[in-house]
Design a protein around this ligand. Sequence first.
Ligand code: NIG
Ligand code: FE
Length: 419
Amino acid sequence: MSSTISQPSPQNWQTVFINANIATMKSGSESYSAIENGALAVNAGKIVWIGAMDDLSEINLQDVVGIDVVDIAGQWLLPGLVDCHTHIVYGGHRANEFELRLQGASYEEVAKAGGGIVSTVKATRAASEQQLFDSALPRLKALQSEGVTTIEVKSGYGLDTETELKMLRVAKRLGEQPGVEVRKTFLGAHALPVEFADNADGYIDLVCNEMLPAVADAKLADAVDVFCEGIGFDIAQTERVFQAAKQHDIAIKVHAEQLSDLGGTELAAKYQALSSDHLEYLSEDGIKAMHQADMAAVLLPGAFYFLRETKLPPIDQLREQGVAMALATDANPGSSPIHSIQLMLNMACTLFRLTPVEAIAGVTIHGAKALGVDDKVGSLEVGKQADITVFNIEQVAQLCYQYGVNPLTAVYKAGEKVA
Ligand code: NIG
Ligand code: FE
């Protein structure tokens, strides 16, 4: 049986990849939706045809004028990878806090003692826009070198209007780098800045009435996020930020149920959020709410590993309820100073017991869903943007199984070769 979606018409193709194994990661599938020994054609930045090499047997591609024929020689094509949760723009580092935690202090204790997020805020406020850009660029490049073509970058280490805007402008500038789209998320409600100590409601007023309108005016955010947690913001405060986001018609995401179960996920579901992220302490009601609201569950094994968390997110129940599980690095200076999406693939399988299919879906189609861009990227399907990675592997699961030898051999963004 032919797997061709339509008749091949190479006179309309700019580029065609031949002799390729293709993990299409088609939405709604429980497999890689693979086409072995296939071909994929691109025109005007989009995928216009996918099929079997056999379907091209009648056609002499050498005779087609202007077509770029790329012989993949049996390697695997995957969608460009999506890292849907990062905090790669920040000043300083937190190696000192790492040492303290190794001596027995917990992440929460460090935060309460004025370390943690607030210490990164100090360094981020002190850094110039150029310094922030210069320090974020190698982090972005590290992720791109492993196949990331779409990345989310959050603010949240400014905690005042000026510095939050500065961070988001840096994120926007990172998005001008070749080969990557940056989705920007405003995380003003990440922690309480020192100048608002004991006045969390006053700070939330500032977030809702000044910061968010300024960010929206400058068109610097695709989404709004809140750290809903004992050391972050409570449910009532979180809801006020969600309401403000709705007023500005900006999508909602939430950091929830990372260290305790406050019910941030159910609240986010009520506001049709795109995703809830972390989720180690997620309740059954939270899982049902996610299912009903068709939210993505963003799993962050890097933070689980680095904080030496022992409570696993409820993977089996998420799977049973059919909640789309996305997977991301959470790259940040405190809880996940890890800038490797390939390591997340490995950790998702070893620490969280995801199957390789689930892990790969997590950094492709489900990662795209967590950002609300799954209509455009995240799978190799006709009509989607031609964001394509080429891996020199024999079997897709190798991407999860082995770590440290990067098998990426090429990257295409909207059909253009960028690496
Ligand atoms: O996703 N949970 C809150 N935010 C980050 C940590 C930020 C930090 O510690 O600097 C996270 O884990
Ligand atoms: Fe995070």
